[in-house]
Design a protein around this ligand. Structure first.
Ligand code: HEC
Length: 235
């Protein structure tokens, strides 16, 4: 962001300091806890981005915070909630977004600083490694799986910056499995998403992307073990 924009945000913050407070939501009670949980990993002194750790430094950013969370640009989780279920989902819930909206629209009050928790535990935001012992299947639109696979995780491979793309798997029996919906792709925040439960995709499953020319993703998959029953039968 440009210096001018920073200055503008800061000035907007000062002007808003005289806003009438119309909300019971305060920084010291609700917002600091949400920020600690979802933002300070990156937004602290010496972190990847400017600090939002205290009221004094966060207050001038109030309007920008609302804009960023409403547009789901921050936190930069990028995977749309509810379209496939991922472990350690770092996206804000609808309730958390509404809490921030209420706080900002209500004048972004500080509240009583005695409610601020002592020292925030920084949530881990590292991009996890690919699953061990998995094969990487690069999939684009209309990729067909020749083997059945248990898909453990997915990662944007070669998507266009700024693109929003929905990826599904269409099984031969006609059932559909949502794989990933990336919103406003920013390669700086690319990561590997682990499914809560591995997805079982039989041979012949076709990957469909919308838009079709969005690029490719990597699926990390294991081939299912031969069951004890069929091993016995094979002897
Ligand atoms: C994974 C790290 C990370 C997390 C987590 C994160 N941010 Fe950010 N945020 C960044 C980075 C990096 C930038 C700077 C982007 C840039 O330079 O344009 C940024 C920029 C911003 C901006 C300024 C946007 C602008 O240019 O006007 C706001 C506001 C913001 N973040 C709010 C939040 C809030 C609120 C949360 C938590 C709900 C959050 N961020 C979580 C990394 C993060």
């Amino acid at each position: 962001m440009t210096r001018l924009a920073v200055l503008f945000v800061a000035l907007a913050g000062c002007a808003a300091a005289h806003d009438v407070i119309t909300t019971k939501i305060t920084f010291s009670k609700e917002i600091v806890r949400l920020v600690n949980k979802r933002c300070v990993t990156c937004h602290h002194d010496g972190g990847a981005a400017f600090s939002l750790a205290t009221y004094d430094v966060a207050r001038p950013w109030a309007k920008a915070i609302k804009e960023e969370v409403d547009a789901r640009r921050m936190p930069p989780w990028e995977a749309v909630k509810g379209f496939a279920e991922f472990k350690d989902d770092r996206g804000l819930t609808q309730e958390e977004i509404e809490l921030i909206d209420d706080w900002v629209e209500g004048g972004a009050p500080e509240g009583n600083p005695k409610f601020v928790p002592a020292s925030p535990k920084l949530a881990d935001w590292k991009d996890p490694d690919a699953p061990k012992d998995s094969a990487e299947v690069v999939a684009g639109n209309a990729t067909k799986l020749d083997l059945s696979a248990h898909v453990l995780a997915v990662r944007p491979k070669n998507l266009k910056k700024g693109e929003s793309v929905q990826i599904i798997a269409a099984r031969p029996d006609g059932t559909i499995e949502p794989l990933l919906w990336i919103y406003n792709y920013n390669p700086d925040f690319a990561r590997t998403y682990y499914y809560v439960r591995p997805l079982s995709l039989p041979a012949g499953t076709e990957i469909e992307m919308s838009p079709a020319d969005a690029g490719t993703v990597a699926l990390f998959a294991t081939v299912p073990k031969v069951s004890a029953h069929s091993r016995v039968g094979a002897r």
